[in-house]
Design a protein. Sequence first.
Length: 149
Amino acid sequence: MTKISPVQNNTIPNYESGLKKSSEKGFQGHLQKALQHKESSPITGHQTQSLGEVQSSPLTSLHPSTHQIIRETERLLDLIDTYRQQMADPQKSLKDIEPVLQALNKQKGRLQNFCQQTSMHDAPLADIVNACTLTVDKEMVQFYRGDYI
């Protein structure tokens, strides 16, 4: 076995010998000076003005067609979630799931038709709509190609 030599006591430096004691009380002395200065100077306060009522900025209203697009997109997302749950259920067969997939395709078509009839005023919403329709298209191809058999 390897022998470990003991640590010598004189290797630890003595920092206490380098400290100088001040004649004042240190922090206590500075605190007393600050308190005396505070008591000798009068406290002068400022009058502050009240803020009054704060006006909020006007809310930007959504275009009426945007509300309908949001509703149709939410319906499509709900159907996508239902499809996802049924695909995860081992008790469900592909024949049981196919009607949900057909409903997804119908809702996707309804949403695309509505988006074509109205102009999209919200770029992030258009991105969400495109992502949803692409997801449905991808699932349709995978389902009918037989990827899930």
